[in-house]
Design a binder for this molecule. Structure first.
Ligand SMILES: [Zn+2]
Length: 310
């Protein structure tokens, strides 16, 4: 489980667009456990058919094709679906940036939602087990770490913040000599207007945000602090997500419900990135990242309901 706090929204930008985000969790007047049973969040996502998961769930645990372990849906150590879940029936999500997930070795694999990202966006996601992580030093001007620290900035500030890092990196070189013109241009671009003269905003000229890779830490809060203070991650730009409530079924008592699971954090980051930096209309492009998550959420909700705990 990963625990992400985030800034409080000053105004709900989604509601300004006339449609309230359907994927958000319900308000929680009571404890998180009861609140998430009151409504059905995650139900209006643009998801691929989950029939394959329904079948697999009826068949029970199945074998991992790699390590032969008995698992439900997927193997959380090999990052592959089990035999009853053919890869061809799992959606593939193309991400606009690469995603690295740094997993704490003590984090219980079966509880982590990080593997969902690897299963659904295998080309774009890499999972590392701490302390074996890449050296990001040379790429720090094109990478950001999702972490709500004292120096973290919002998604909107990514282009300028990365540009600052690039300027520091090259020292006395003039920025104009560098191939960063699109970044500069992007930073000055006005928010896309909804004019009816075609959607110029979605063309490539403003798509260079400077960001190539985003890093998430998959661990409990205490473990996260240890990873975050690793000197190899110190130079990286830190991003704080907008406040959203988790739907995570392993939500712990005493933790704010704005601590998101890793797959939720990845999903919400990408939605914001798509809307606010790529300036494109969000039409569910990344919803399938929640393919397993939403199904498992529903299973647990149903199980608790039938157990009479509701
Ligand atoms: Zn396996």
């Amino acid at each position: 489980m990963s625990l992400y706090t985030s800034v409080v929204l000053k105004g709900d930008q989604d509601s300004q667009q006339g449609t309230k985000r359907k994927t958000e969790c319900p308000k929680s007047p009571d404890s998180p456990t009861t609140s998430m049973l009151q409504e059905t969040p995650l139900q209006n996502l643009h998801l691929a058919s989950q029939a394959v998961l329904e079948r697999a769930q009826k068949q029970g645990r199945s074998k991992c094709p790699k390590c032969n372990s008995s698992r439900m849906f997927y193997c959380y150590t090999c990052y592959v679906p089990v035999e009853t879940v053919p890869t061809s029936e799992i959606p593939v999500v193309k991400l606009p940036v690469k995603v690295d997930i740094i997993k704490h070795p003590n984090e219980t694999d079966g509880k982590s939602t990080a593997v969902h990202a690897k299963l659904l966006a295998p080309e774009d996601v890499t999972i590392y087990t701490y302390p074996c992580i890449p050296d990001y030093e040379e790429m720090k001007h094109e990478i950001a770490l999702i972490f709500p620290g004292p120096n973290s900035v919002s998604v909107n500030d990514i282009p300028l913040s990365l540009l600052n890092k690039l300027e520091k990196k090259v020292g006395c070189k003039r920025v104009n000599d560098l191939p960063v013109e699109p970044v500069l241009k992007h930073a000055k671009v006005e928010p896309a207007s909804d004019s009816d003269f075609g959607d110029l905003s979605s063309h490539s000229a403003i798509k260079n945000t400077g960001l190539k890779k985003i890093i998430f830490v998959d661990s409990t809060w205490n473990q996260t602090n240890k990873i975050i203070t690793d000197e190899r991650l110190q130079a990286l730009l830190q991003i704080e997500l907008k406040s959203r409530k988790t739907c995570f079924w392993r939500h712990q008592k005493g933790k704010p419900d704005t601590y998101l699971s890793t797959i939720e954090a990845i999903y919400y980051f990408l939605v914001d990135y798509h809307r606010e930096l790529l300036k494109e209309k969000y039409e569910g492009q990344y919803d399938n990242l929640l393919f397993f998550y939403s199904f498992m959420y529903q299973l647990i909700k149903n199980a608790r309901s039938s157990a009479g705990k509701e």
